[in-house]
Design a protein around this ligand. Structure first.
Ligand code: SF4
Ligand code: SF4
Length: 391
């Protein structure tokens, strides 16, 4: 083996090794949560990217993403919740009532937000299991009084955290946590950029998802950022990948994760490449930073979080704007928009997203509606393959 080839192989095996380090993060995270609890730190469970994690950390508590991406606990949830509800809500609630989410069990409190109807009613039902702090989110982010109202809610959340932990949230610590989260956000954007080169990609959409999902579990975010940085550097220093054969797909829509990633798997198994995901697990939560080192960091947090382009917002022009930006940046060939069954907000928005992305920049859009089950795998595969053929 020549020196050049040996170097290339070494670089690729370094990337694989760094990627593998993210796979075991949930297990490692559980161990660190236990350690943190023994030291008297509180754990706050979160379900949504509207939860300001900087505040939780600044109060000395640990935020942790809760389970809700698997089919198994859905039947238990349906004993209480209607079957005709989005699988993400049923799965989240099912994990909670069956005691099968170790992160939920470890949580001292849950933070919820008034996003979609199903979720806010789920939080009401969840109050019998754990203390739930509900942040009331205005639906129109553009009205001046929306920001004022949300700022009040951010302040009320701060009071809740201070009471829960017994710690004061200082401006200095809040600004430090903002800088850490901004670094994570910037590195996630760099990761996507480093993945591209020469028309090909260095890691698949499935590998990207594992890295991004680990963010919600990892107790030490400085360590997570360092791992991300090492991965970005290794990717930047690796040789240009060969041009991808299949189409470059931008995935959008409802959140996905390990266990609810069948559409991502089907796209990649059909020969296409998921170059980026706009959903909450991925770039939606990493696209905008919080203003750093201001004398009023809670104002900065309120402003940034209210800008998140979730379909629960009306209007939600930010989502199409972000899709257009990503489509140009990553030179995508097409968009796949995934909606979970009974998710009215994303379902209604799908038509508009499809029309606007068709008009400009003229991209084909495939809208798929599914659940966490496997019964529609074949029909989804047929639709995805047919779509990829006509691109
Ligand atoms: S889609 Fe909206 S409600 Fe659901 S997790 Fe994302 S931001 Fe939260
Ligand atoms: S996928 Fe839709 S219905 Fe389900 S929790 Fe998210 S916004 Fe609500």
């Amino acid at each position: 083996m020549g020196d050049g080839l040996a170097e290339i192989m070494e670089q690729f095996s370094l990337i694989k090794k760094l990627l593998n380090g993210f796979d075991s993060m949930p297990e490692q995270s559980l161990a660190s949560l236990e350690g943190a609890r023994e030291e008297g730190r509180k754990v706050v469970g979160i379900y949504c990217i509207f939860a300001p994690v900087e505040m939780i950390r600044a109060a000395g508590a640990l935020p942790v993403g809760l389970c809700g991406k698997k089919q198994e606990p859905i039947s238990a949830a349906e004993a209480e919740l209607p079957a005709n509800l989005c699988p993400l809500i049923k799965s989240s609630y099912g994990f909670a009532i069956t005691g099968t989410c170790p992160f939920f069990s470890a949580a001292d409190a849950i933070v919820g937000e008034t996003t979609c109807d199903g979720k806010k009613k789920m939080f009401e039902a969840m109050e019998k299991l754990k203390p739930v702090h509900l942040m009331h989110l205005p639906y129109n982010s553009g009205m001046p009084h929306s920001l004022a109202f949300w700022r009040e809610e951010v302040g009320r959340f701060g009071e809740f955290l201070q009471e829960l932990t017994g710690n004061a949230i200082t401006t200095e610590e809040l600004n430090r946590q903002i800088r850490i989260q901004n670094r994570v956000r910037s590195l996630i954007r760099q990761l996507h950029q480093a993945n591209l080169g020469g028309g090909g990609i260095r890691v698949s959409g499935r590998e990207l998802l594992a890295v991004l999902e680990a963010r919600n579990f990892w107790a030490d975010q400085v360590d997570y950022a360092q791992r991300l940085e090492a991965l970005v550097r290794a990717m930047e220093e690796s040789p240009l990948p060969p041009p991808a054969n299949g189409s470059r797909i931008l995935l959008t829509g409802t959140p996905i994760g390990k266990g609810s990633d069948k559409v991502l798997r089907l796209i990649e198994n059909s020969g296409a490449t998921v170059i980026a995901m706009e959903n909450c697990t991925s770039l939606k939560s990493a696209w905008i930073n919080v203003d750093e080192d201001t004398p009023h960091p809670l104002d900065a947090i309120a402003r940034r979080y209210l800008e998140l382009p979730c379909a629960c917002m009306t209007p939600n022009s930010g989502r199409v704007a972000l899709l257009k930006e990503l489509a140009g940046l990553y030179k995508v060939d097409a968009i796949v928009d995934l909606t979970w069954h009974a998710c009215h907000t994303y379902m209604v928005e799908a038509h508009r997203v499809g029309r606007l992305m068709n008009d400009d920049p003229g991209l084909p859009v495939l809208h798929l509606c599914s659940d966490y089950g496997e019964s529609d795998l074949e029909s989804l595969r047929t639709r995805i393959e047919a779509f990829l053929e006509i691109i």
